[in-house]
Ligand binder design. Sequence first.
Ligand code: SF4
Ligand code: SF4
Length: 381
Amino acid sequence: MRYRELGSTGIKVSEVGFGGEWLTGTPGQAREMLERAHELGVNVVDCWMCDPHVRSNLGYGITPHKDDWVIQGQIGSVWQDGQYTRTRDVTLVRASFEDELERLGVDHFDLGIIHYVDDDEDFERCFGGPFLDYVTKLKDAGTIGHIGLSTHRPEIALRAVKTGIVETLLFSCNPAFDIMPASAQLEDLLAEPESYSVGGTGIDPVRERLYATCERRCVGITVMKPFAGGRLLDASLSPFGVALTPKQCIHYALTRPAVASVLAGYATVGQLEEAVSYEDATTDELDYASVLAGAPAHGYAGQCTYCGHCAPCTMGIEINMVNKLADLARMQDEVPDSVRGHYEALKVHADACVHCHACEPRCPFGVPIAERMDEAAELFA
Ligand code: SF4
Ligand code: SF4
């Protein structure tokens, strides 16, 4: 298992993490799943589901290696009348949060995630008044190590990151969502797949700006919904008209800027093992790019997805990295020092391009690479 720094938190998380919402079976099944995950090197777990049974199962599952787990606790996910709900009522939030600590058998969470903020009105409720006071007190008391936020909406994520309060995001990231307009209601799209059509302009600019902003501000992202609710794994449901594999979806998410871990949910040990086998996958197995480029419908023409298929460059330029850094730099009025630092650390810079065009036929997305190298050279000059 490879591990990545989660932004500036100082916490290292496994590239493949554990979304605990499917732990609805017996405690023994949960223990088996989490023990296997631990054995495979998975070290980060999130459980937004506040169902007491699921929480207790998760607690039982992590017991043998409790101290090894990085736990994302959720603030605002509440079990009421036998159902999940979310609220900012601090009395209810506190009771639910304390219940989560107790059922998981811990006295603190490494990360305290402000649960599921998807609209501006709710954002205002969360980032002012008693709810934020409560979250801040949890952090001051060490009951949570760092404050995070979960959302499906890139504009909300950007607002949260810009407060300077939020140190990590739990964000829905996959190639289908990334090309949807930022304003799209993803839950509605998942519920009504027929309303989901692919645009033609590549990654939505607001989402792109979010990834760039997180990278620049050192806000680490853990990913939810890497398979778009399973739709990307089924050609008949995928907006691209072709199925991707779990490994390809995980690879897509892990190649976005600032992403540290992908938290898929697993119903079986087999699904968990398949996700973790990402770590040993061959380049061909990870190749989401060719699948998307050859799909009946895709919106990435001319856009670099940082897949790396164009390598090797005649002059030794890391083309995908140059493109990624150039895209990150373009999001700002001025090239951020951190991005410039990464660029300068590259062994060969974009201005070494001799326009041989040897790389271009290898790009599945028809990116005019030599032109992009010139643009990058100018940008970082
Ligand atoms: S066109 Fe430029 S980037 Fe592409 S292989 Fe030639 S030198 Fe490398
Ligand atoms: S230029 Fe094309 S092949 Fe190269 S990393 Fe970008 S999308 Fe992939």
